[in-house]
Write a protein of this length. Sequence first.
Lengths: 191, 191
Amino acid sequence: MPDGRPLRADAARNRAKILEAANRQIIARGPEVPMEAIAEDAGVAVGTLYRHFPTKDDLVTAVLHAHFESMVAAAEAAADRIEAGAPAIDEFAGFFRFVLELAAGNMAVKAAARALGADWEEDLLRGRGLQALERIVAAGIDRGDLRPDMTLDDCFLFFATAPIDQPAPVRERWFTLMLDGCRADAARRTG
Amino acid sequence: MPDGRPLRADAARNRAKILEAANRQIIARGPEVPMEAIAEDAGVAVGTLYRHFPTKDDLVTAVLHAHFESMVAAAEAAADRIEAGAPAIDEFAGFFRFVLELAAGNMAVKAAARALGADWEEDLLRGRGLQALERIVAAGIDRGDLRPDMTLDDCFLFFATAPIDQPAPVRERWFTLMLDGCRADAARRTG
DNA sequence: CTATATAATGAACCTAGATTCAGGTTATGG
DNA sequence: CCATAACCTGAATCTAGGTTCATTATATAG
């Protein structure tokens, strides 16, 4: 809660414990975990959860924020490396593999991706992340790595369609197919 | 309910109305629609729903069955046409486009695909549908249309990852990328 | 060390939706 | 037309999980 006042020592401690527990629980069991479960994991009463996060949604959002941050950071790092000379296609692949694997072990991110659907671009990616992606795609096309008709929207397909709940080999295979579909020489009329 | 006895006239009528309503509601609003909603749509009391379908799950399953059937039928038709000389890649694409569009306007199928996840192959596809798909893929590879390393599992990726809730243009674009990734000349090392 | 603003607690409250069942209807064989 | 098995109805029951709040505890300024 955005008060001016600083948190009392115990309150700060609990807030941290709650965030940790929420992270643990939500990642493991998805955003539908009961607040009770989070409270128990945190060693705190439900009421305390609500003191720190007025609504369950607030808590979930808080947990997700960190994960989205790391995705954006990864995108920026990839874009930087490309512009520093690294092979565009490798960075492109590397970034999406990172995102894929992050989400794979993370029911929260998974569910969020579903729920937000076409919306999450609004929030986080329509910012730093969006820019970084643009840089990646542009360079990829420029260097003849990615198909010329590749767009930013195609990147969202990567996020939105990853078979996150499938076992690793399946994910890997999907990644191969999808990436091959994005390569420069894959483009053609599908009509 | 699998009794020996035939249904009473009014019971049969209601059963039909329920199925219709359930189909309508579940397709439109997904499997989470309240039983009340279905009952109301059917012009019947909740109790009647339960008389015909002991549990909500039974009802949902019944509704889904028809849709899965149509998918399997489509697969078989495509396989037949291929073996009768039709271009493999076109039939391959056509079949998946059909499934994609079917699911797109169908919250039920969508949710089912998610929920069942890797399981639904067990049920319906591990039967006629599975065989039809095998025929399609085999012919596609044989004729040099599909990448040589294409497998049946790749087909499940088509089901599992389709961006069903995205708008039509997005779905179409995804279809293009994915299909291009499945073509014979797309294969390469991605590792 | 107190006073008191902050916090924590957890039982109680609410809502939603699935499921049940006692009691009233109705199709239909004879 | 009757008897009665099949049916239907819908209020009541149950459960689950989010949210509240009166009560009790505790950090910390002075």
